[in-house]
Ligand binder design. Sequence first.
Ligand SMILES: [Zn+2]
Ligand SMILES: [Zn+2]
Length: 209
Amino acid sequence: MQVKTLTVGQLFTNCYLVACPHTQQAAIIDPGDEAHRILSAAHAAQWKITHILLTHAHFDHIGAASALVDATAASLFLHPDDKLLFDVGGGAMLFDFPSPEVPQQVELLTEGQKLHVGEIAFQVLHTPGHSPGSVCFYAPEHRAIFVGDVLFADGIGRTDLPGGDYTTLMRSIRRLMELPDDTAVYPGHGPATTIGRERTENPWLSEND
Ligand SMILES: [Zn+2]
Ligand SMILES: [Zn+2]
């Protein structure tokens, strides 16, 4: 599995390109902005985009979705509990940002669903709390998980936006903490980390919580 990280847009969102080296097929996770940069990165690596995956529908994660669906003809995937948020442009107006155009055609994700990107198998984990339809894309054979804004290096997702809930978020994070320590964690903002590091170092996850 090959991972390229592009930090895009005004909120420095991590957009991940994840490719299967055997088939050159790839997924785009969270195309927040800068469609042209994301496309040229895929093109330079000679990857064919088969999936566009959204960890959740906040505007800083979906801004380039429409342009990339048009350019690649790949299917776009989102959890239904974030569909309302998606249809109103991901809450951009709350931050005085222009609302992105969003595609009409969306495939709805379910808890436990398997997605195959070339030979990479992703498992969908529904991890609400930051937003109602937040999901993580877990590739157990590659010891990697893409968590959106659920968990960060030394941090957790904010829960003060519409549909956010702290207790629900902590329950979701505790579920992630059951994964193997050496699982690489790719968050929606900031540096990558591991489950083991966050279990011991993350100030929000002290054992006697
Ligand atoms: Zn978010
Ligand atoms: Zn974000």
